[in-house]
Ligand binder design. Sequence first.
Ligand code: ATP
Ligand code: MG
Length: 353
Amino acid sequence: MKDIILTGDRPTGNLHLGHYVGSVLNRVNIQNQGSYDKFYIMIADTQALTDNADRVDKVKNNIIQVAIDYISAGIDPNKVNIFIQSMVSELHEFTTYFLNLVTLSRVQRNPTIKEEIKTRGFEKSLPMGFLAYPISQAADILAFGTTIVPVGDDQLPMIEQAREIVSSFNYTYSPTEEVFQMPKPFLATDKVCRRLPGLDGKLKMSKSYGNAIYLCDSPDVVRQKVMSAYTDPNHIRVSDPGQVEGNIVFTYLDAFCKDEHFARYLPEYENLDSLKSHYKKGGLGDVKIKKFLIEILEELLAPIRARRASCLENIDGIYNMLFENSYKASLQAKERLERMKDAMGINYKKLLK
Ligand code: ATP
Ligand code: MG
């Protein structure tokens, strides 16, 4: 049996480098290999509203932005169903029934939720919808019979939660035929790419933390962000020995640099190891490594920017694609919703003789 792939992003801002290496690149590779049954990418507007209830315009305006980012980064809407979460109302029905299968204490133990509550300042007034989003996310995954979810590692607890809901559903309702598949995460091969840190060098790169380099940033903005990035605070003079661990410029080089970049932009070094050992010994300045990083990022971002420019000419076409795909996704989800209701014994029309 071929895989069913589903993944998504919250329309809370444009996509950033963390999305790119953490998930988008894997999606493009899977898409290009083509060995899947169905492939969905969901723009999670309902989820975005759980911590943006009073910022509807922000969420609404970012739907098209995220869709443009996907296409610019290489997602082909002819091969992948890109849809809008709120336009697939069946998902909310799944969520309602799944809420009964999860305890409050289980959600409160979710490490990603715990961290997000803290960083969003929700300790005192936590929206119920936000606390429950792992369950709504399980609905998004399970509604389509998803087997593979390409994600960054902050999402592992969400997939674990979805798996527990499958077990709990099977235990509670003992379906005679399988209704839900057990989903599996699909992570980036490089550990650094699974949770790319932000420019502050502390939290993960995130739209909500103001620490991101966006795929749509102009060359000037990329340059300025990299130039002001956190490095080693004790590396004051060029001659000082520098630290590579926790130095965000080296972290980004770990994520983005390939040996071939040295031949193009920094031929006096053979590879990243030789650059790192020079930095550790002393005698290598931050500006030189930052300029090298800028060259590498520009090589990645320039074609993405060019594709973005042509998407901007076709906004209505992209909206129509999203609406059509949401309708198709809704038909797919409805099918499994009926199977779920059958298994639960709540398809009341079946009571008619
Ligand atoms: P928000 O701040 O609104 O939560 P975000 O930047 O965390 O936004 P999401 O839309 O929540 O982005 O995440 C979408 C996908 O991108 C998820 O699979 C997530 O794991 C992945 N992702 C997000 N940030 C990173 C990161 N810094 N490194 C690797 N993967 C990431
Ligand atoms: Mg997030």
